[in-house]
Design a protein around this ligand. Sequence first.
Ligand SMILES: Cc1cc2nc3c(=O)[nH]c(=O)nc-3n(C[C@H](O)[C@H](O)[C@H](O)COP(=O)(O)OP(=O)(O)OC[C@H]3O[C@@H](n4cnc5c(N)ncnc54)[C@H](O)[C@@H]3O)c2cc1C
Length: 455
Amino acid sequence: MRQVVVLGAGLAGLLAAAALARPGRTVTLVERDDLPDTPGPRRGVPQSPQPHVFLHRGVQAVEELLPGTRADLVAAGAVVIDTGDLAWLASAGWAARVRQLDILSVTRPVFEHVVRQHVRTLPGVVLRTGVRVDGLAHAPVGGPDSHAWDVEVADGDPLPADLVVDATGRSSRLPSWLEHLGVSPARTDTLDARVGYSSWVVDLPHDRVGVPGIVVQTQPGGTGGIAVPVEGDRWIVGAVGAGDQRPPRDPDALLAFLDTLPDPAIAELAGAGRAVSDVAVHRQTGNQRHRYDLLPDWPDGLLVVGDALCAFNPVYGQGVTVAALEALALRTADRRRTLTRPGGAHALVRRLRRLTDLPWDIATGVDRDFVPSARRASPARRAMGRWIGEVNRLGAHGDTRAQLALGRLYHLVASPLTLLHPALVVRVVRARRRGYGPPVPRPQILVPTPTPDPA
Ligand SMILES: Cc1cc2nc3c(=O)[nH]c(=O)nc-3n(C[C@H](O)[C@H](O)[C@H](O)COP(=O)(O)OP(=O)(O)OC[C@H]3O[C@@H](n4cnc5c(N)ncnc54)[C@H](O)[C@@H]3O)c2cc1C
């Protein structure tokens, strides 16, 4: 495999390129946008002003692919947060604060910029920007320079490729490109709770706030919010709401919205700072998964990763982590040379689909409640959902073991089965019989400013 073409230089495309780069091979990333030399917003990633949380497993996987990224992110201003220190309000109450796994909090443009800088230095990686991919064609067979694919681009000659990786995101046109190639259509699973985000940036010294971040988890009514510190003593403050509860764009109305959450902690933080951006609204958040794994006639030499394969309701912060785990799977398959075998690419697509199973269950498990037409979850999944509620309740009454187990699931480092550990079962049964003990108190949000000495 000498020529790889990756379509789209968002995070999934960059990480796929990192996984496949090696001496003696050209990996060409083709990106529609002109990419800025410094971190900044761009058209192809309209979600970039929204709060992004990079889960523990994701940051670990990015570091495995691109050693040194984590240190560079911290040098660029990313804030390291122990998730256990967050003020986290679930429907059962405030979570117990306990040492947990850490995350990086940084704006999406900075994260992507640092990853892109690393990828640019890899051997054989070529970044072609301002080039739109328009389709795929099988290359003519034979000849000294034989290759599998011609990648069709707007205003240019087709790019030859032995392997093509589609990483063009949620609005990937792969379904229609495959149709033109005569491949059977793939089923697409969707579940759209019509979640909206409204966010803005607030200038507020990090040490003015008594907690490293606030999460008001989506409540039964479908609303929630987040406030996380980012580079430059700033905070990204975001509100989310499903269906008719989507948060507004008007700044005053948005503060009022945050005030109506079960706890006004985020409104309190936002009100103490100075808004330094407009409110950015984003509403394309439905869960969507193309079941390419089920196709009987998937072509060799073609892969699909990131949101182009499976996009999640982003409130669980899983997309980048899944893209990074997919890239690791790509690297393993490439090293084992299974990708070039007949059927090898489809075997990997099936493996990538399995990687999306747990995050898909997490995201759709909750969203199902907000979509009246959605099929009910299976009895086993409903039972698991109720059990997670029980463990949450323990955590909200100070049980650190319960909180740790939930945290590991959230960070995608453990399976939901770990919540069935006998020690947790015993604690739940005991609490139900003898009572839960006092709830975790509300954390103090703002650090009181010293009153000036009148003298
Ligand atoms: C509101 C919101 C908040 C989110 N928050 C989080 C979070 O907290 N944590 C997290 O992990 N994830 C989060 N995500 C998800 C995350 O942004 C994505 O899952 C992740 O970035 C992977 O995206 P991607 O690279 O597959 O696609 P994208 O980021 O959409 O990138 C696709 C790229 O392909 C390019 N492209 C598209 N079409 C073409 C074409 N025809 N030719 C050439 N180039 C093309 C685009 O310009 C773009 O650069 C959030 C998403 C949203 C919408």
